[in-house]
Design a protein around this ligand. Sequence first.
Ligand code: 0O2
Ligand code: 0O2
Length: 223
Amino acid sequence: MIENWQHFLLPYQQAVNELKVKFRGMRKQYQDEEQHSPIEFVTGRVKPVESIKEKMVRRHVQADRLEQDMQDIAGLRIMCQFVEDIYQVVDLLRQRSDMTILEERDYISNVKPSGYRSYHIVIEYPVQLISGEKRILAEIQVRTLAMNFWATIEHSLNYKYQGAFPEELSARLQRAAEAAFHLDNEMSEIREEIQEAQNLFSYKKATQTAQPGEDLTKPKEQE
Ligand code: 0O2
Ligand code: 0O2
């Protein structure tokens, strides 16, 4: 068994922190170039020790295989406005030289029986420790805001019912998942119009906060 969890999890925490900064930096770059960002927001967490232990039992993972066999000890979530943005984010991740993609699971084309949709990417990511480099696994979940809304609610209910949903609730959740996906499709249909409105809104906001004489065509200095 792992004796010092804090020590074991330290590189995972470092990876989550670094990746959050990197993915949020990508959003900033799009904003700086006044382009639509495929990344709306980013969250991250290290799996709590109790959840790791529970998953070890459920998935029959031996302690000495934990690093290789549990891929989501470090977990990142990238939320997008549109389904198209998800695939753009995936392409951006494929091009990066600071991580290696080991696995991709497309639960958008292959919806889970629960109704769950998201695009999962498992990466190998090198963290620099005082003892040298350590390559750890991390799972990145890329999803729309609607997919995230559904998954967050279903996850809380799952916690209450321990996965054994009453049939009626399970059917309702599946219908809600379809409704969320319908919403995503509708938003995709009017995507160009939404993006035009968003550009107009950010331009208006910039002109309202601009100092007299400030040239809005020049990029703003870093805050
Ligand atoms: P801002 O300015 O609020 O956007 P940290 O690492 O401390 O920054 P932490 O504690 O890891 O953040 O929190 P978490 O839960 O991982 O991420 C929270 C971030 O997601 C916050 O951004 C929230 O604002 C952002 N967030 C959560 N829900 C939404 C949402 O529905 N829409 C948008 N656009 N953002 C959301 P920041 O970086 O703290 O800064
Ligand atoms: P957390 O941190 O509580 O979210 P398994 O974990 O055995 O189900 P596996 O092979 O590890 O499956 O990976 P999978 O299924 O690709 O991804 C697991 C993670 O995806 C889960 O993590 C959830 O975050 C998310 N997920 C997968 N299916 C569902 C679902 O039906 N509903 C919701 N809300 N989320 C889902 P964990 O382990 O639950 O951890």
